[in-house]
Design a protein around this ligand. Structure first.
Ligand code: NOJ
Length: 537
């Protein structure tokens, strides 16, 4: 069989995640919608974005903000209709933008017809689409697996006496990916949307699909610590038997083959942190791309940030979707200055890391509002929406609401997001944080991001030249060359000198106000600054 070809439209592309319910509300119900997004695509084209990913748009009882899907082939009324998807695609394509939807295959909603039938009739084929198991001999859950969101990964179906598995909420029952009927059902869902012109999908919890057939207990590797939240408890285990099973890759290859027929792409959401294991998710026998989520969890630890990027890029210099931000984590402007008296460095640090990501190949993604330098939203603890916070007795450190507030378009009421009451109660943003104000200020965050994307576009070597890691003076510095483009990311607090003999280098982009000098093959870069240079000889 001929090897799969890389899609040309992925070369040099930059993605942008839209948290659908918070981007733009055209109907006044306080909920972001497809028509609102379509109306704002011009802004994304202006910014220099190529691919837009929309978080789930499907009907959902909303226990996990849309990641509990009740019908994969329909659109939730608050977001619009299938016709609105088609209209959005038409508008996007006219602007040369591709649109990815979010598919949630690890679990359905407990309100999905399949699960309702599975509960109502234990002898139905739908029952076998889920993971029902008999209790342990003591009557408790079948094994020690726990949910990401707190409590056991098993809930008792009292009427049958069996437990069902859910790696997230009880309202998110996991599908059995060893059942061919589940594979067939999702092939059909993919085709439904590809036939309508969708350009690809982000695959939710791609690393969770298959469970080990033994359903053995996961080994505990550490104590989570007093008062820790559900995610810390989850990561106290080695998820040997419930996550990242080797044979997931066969499912990916099957899906990517379907997508390839439509020139569509697939991007895994993978929480896998081992670089070699993650590299298995992409390539000729797997998916086009996978997210690497870890830089989106990290606080400001320069040496670790550099090491995580470089060692993954060394094993996979083309297939990673790099991010420092998404809808599940505090925003990087806040995260990168946590516990520091001076938080003004947050934007500069974020852009320094993103500048590095722009030369690491693959398709980097920005998260809506990142280009405005937004920090965490201010949300009244009593008005929290995220089930991770509302269903657990945590201190709020794990609440994801802070990254999900309305996009600040302008200085009018509700920052122009809606004429109604936003679904989430967050404080309005200041004028300087809005698109309107920043567009009028050439020194603003949005112009700095736009300039970075423009530089990447005008120097194709920056994404497609041959990847080469050069010697760096310290562990807090990364030096990457791709043919005629060089990026030096100095995340340290010292001025550093890098030797890049043999060429004359011209500065094309600075991530912050700082100084760069290039003389006699030595380039000097001031602290917490990333720089893009091009070879002039
Ligand atoms: C990852 C998604 O990004 C997150 O928002 C969701 O809660 C879980 N997957 C479960 O679907």
């Amino acid at each position: 069989m001929a090897e799969r070809q890389r899609k040309s439209w992925l070369d040099g592309a930059v993605g942008y995640e839209i948290y659908t319910r918070s981007f733009m509300d055209s109907s006044g119900d306080g909920f972001g919608d497809l028509a609102g997004i379509a109306d704002r695509l011009d802004y994304l084209a202006w910014l220099g974005i190529d691919i837009v990913w929309l978080t789930p748009i499907y009907p959902s009882p909303d226990h996990d903000h849309g990641y509990d899907v009740a019908d994969y082939k329909a659109v939730r009324a608050e977001h619009g209709t299938v016709a609105d998807v088609e209209a959005l695609l038409e508008k996007a394509h006219s602007l040369d933008l591709k649109v990815l939807l979010d598919i949630v295959p690890n679990h359905t909603s407990s309100e999905h017809e399949w699960f309702k039938t599975a509960l109502a009739d234990p002898s139905s084929p739908e029952r076998a689409m889920y993971l029902f198991r008999d209790p342990a001999p003591d009557g408790g859950p079948p094994n020690n697996w726990i949910s990401h969101f707190g409590g056991p990964a098993w809930t008792l179906d009292a009427s049958s006496g069996q437990y069902y598995c859910h790696l997230f909420l009880p309202e998110q029952p996991d599908l059995d990916w060893r059942n061919p009927a589940v594979l067939d059902a999702f092939d059909d869902i993919y085709r439904f949307w590809f036939e309508r012109g969708v350009d690809g999908f982000r695959i939710d919890v791609a690393h969770g699909l298959l469970k080990h057939p033994s359903f053995a207990d996961n080994p505990k590797v550490r104590e989570a610590g007093e008062g820790s939240g559900p995610l810390a408890k989850f990561f106290a285990f080695d998820h040997k038997f419930d996550m990242d099973q080797d044979d997931n890759v066969q499912i990916f290859a099957r899906w990517q083959a379907i997508a390839d027929n439509y020139d569509a792409t697939l991007v895994a959401e993978s929480g896998v942190t081992d670089h070699r294991r993650l590299a298995r998710y992409v390539g000729p026998d797997a998916l086009d791309l996978s997210f690497f989520l870890k830089p989106g969890w990290m606080t400001w630890e320069p040496a670790e940030i550099v090491a995580e990027h470089l060692s993954l890029a060394d094993v996979e210099p083309n297939g990673i979707s790099w991010v420092i931000s998404n809808h599940d984590q505090p925003r990087p402007v806040s995260r990168f200055t946590r516990n520091e008296p001076d938080t003004s460095r947050g934007l500069d640090r974020s852009l320094a890391v993103t500048t590095l990501q722009m030369i690491l190949g693959g398709v980097p993604f920005l998260y809506y509002g990142e280009e405005l330098g937004l920090g965490d939203a201010i949300i009244d603890p009593a008005a929290r929406e995220d089930p991770v916070a509302t269903r657990n007795d945590t201190d709020g450190g794990e609440a994801r609401d802070v990254a999900r507030s309305p996009m600040p378009w302008d200085t009018s009421a509700r920052n122009g997001f809606t004429t109604g009451t936003p679904w989430i109660a967050s404080a309005d943003r200041e004028s300087a944080e809005t698109v309107e104000t920043q567009k009028n200020d050439p020194a603003s965050a949005v112009h700095r991001y736009r300039q970075l994307l423009a530089v990447r576009r005008s120097f194709p070597d920056m994404h497609s030249g041959t990847y080469e890691r050069l010697d760096a003076p310290t562990a807090e510095v990364a030096v990457i060359r791709r043919d005629s483009v060089l990026v030096i990311a100095n995340l340290s607090t010292e001025t550093v000198s890098v030797s890049a003999a043999g060429d004359q280098w011209q500065v094309e982009f600075l991530s912050a106000a700082g100084e760069v000098e290039s003389e006699g093959g030595t380039i000097t870069v001031s602290p917490e600054l990333s720089v893009v240079l091009s070879a002039t000889s």
